[in-house]
Design a protein around this ligand. Structure first.
Ligand code: FES
Length: 322
């Protein structure tokens, strides 16, 4: 079962468009907030298709008692970003206090930061925090084009020549091997971006022979290799069939159907929500960073919070035994 969390009331203080389809919101939080580190996230209660849901967003630096997020409106969104884009100053929401699972270690002699698209949100806070402490830091920021990059001016102010921008529309790409090779032995790499970027970074890092503990990453939950389609799962020993529509995760469909699930991050990182795949008549679009490439190829398990069947039907085992 999900851990109990403490919800706080918050009111939208401001809404600002900070890049193409990217909006920054600042909330005044009732009762104030404890200080939080770069990389922290908050949960926000949203409404999707008329039903309550919870979405997780990175906390940006904000004023005392305030919390700020930046959200990209995704066409393929399951509804979280669409809801956030309906918020206006004065409207009330419920949030959780910031929590950090993507922390800076503060032990490296040099930091390499890598952001892809809206994955800049935790990296932006890290860049500011590292620069403020005088740490040695380089940042590479890639997106479809420059119009899709929020916070470029603020990042330029704190990083100067140590910030490099890459517009994939113009054929510009980060040379991962070279950037990793330039890091000292105790250097660390922090990356947040789409799944393809993370997989490329993990492969380059592994090829460099550096310790996995010095690579830290965070992924978006809604990045896949295939478009979302409806699929069905039969839950072993439960005698229940659940239909998963394109705008819902397998985890949400299971819990909505009354199936008790264990889960936590809902971002494909912790593996707590994994289910066994007994049989499937379609491919699995693995969208997590928890399983290895080999495990994803074998497809005996999948993280129900982010991964899905491309179509068709599967029998899954959630571990329930009568
Ligand atoms: S809840 Fe953490 S991987 Fe699904």
């Amino acid at each position: 079962m999900k851990n109990l969390v403490e919800w706080r009331k918050a009111r939208v203080a401001s809404v600002t468009d900070v890049a193409s389809d990217v909006r920054r919101l600042v909330f005044d939080v009732e009762g104030g907030l404890p200080a939080f580190d770069a990389g922290s996230h908050t949960n926000i209660k949203v409404t999707i298709g008329g039903k309550p849901a919870i979405r997780t967003y990175t906390c940006l630096p904000a004023g005392p008692g305030q919390l700020s997020i930046a959200v990209k409106l995704h066409e393929q969104s399951r509804g979280g970003s669409k809801y956030i884009f309906t918020l206006e100053p004065g409207m009330d929401v419920e949030i959780t206090a910031p929590e950090n699972r993507f922390e800076l270690s503060w032990r490296a002699s040099e930091y390499l930061l890598l952001a892809g698209g809206i994955g800049v949100t935790p990296i932006y806070g890290m860049a500011k925090a590292l620069a403020k402490q005088g740490a040695k830091v380089r940042m590479h920021y890639a997106a479809k084009n420059c119009a899709a990059m929020p916070f470029v001016d603020e990042l330029s102010d704190v990083l100067g020549d140590n910030l490099s921008l890459y517009a994939s529309d113009e054929g510009q790409h980060v040379d991962l091997e070279r950037e990793i090779a330039d890091l000292p032995a105790d250097g660390e790499l922090y990356v947040c971006g789409p799944l393809g970027m993370l997989e490329a970074v993990k492969a380059a890092w592994a090829a460099s022979g550096r310790p996995v503990s010095r690579l830290r990453y965070e992924v978006f939950g809604d990045n896949g290799k295939f478009a979302e389609n409806t699929f069905q799962v039969d839950v072993l020993n439960k005698n229940i069939t659940v239909t998963v529509p394109p705008d819902k995760t397998l985890l949400a469909a299971l819990t909505d159907a009354g199936v008790e699930m264990i889960y936590d991050c809902q971002r494909g990182e912790c593996g707590l929500c994994a289910v066994d795949i007994v049989e499937a008549d379609a491919d699995v679009d693995h969208r997590d960073v928890f399983f290895s490439e080999e495990e994803k190829r074998e497809s005996r398990k999948m993280c129900s919070c982010v991964s899905r069947l491309t179509e068709g039907r599967a029998v899954i085992d959630i571990g329930y035994r009568a």
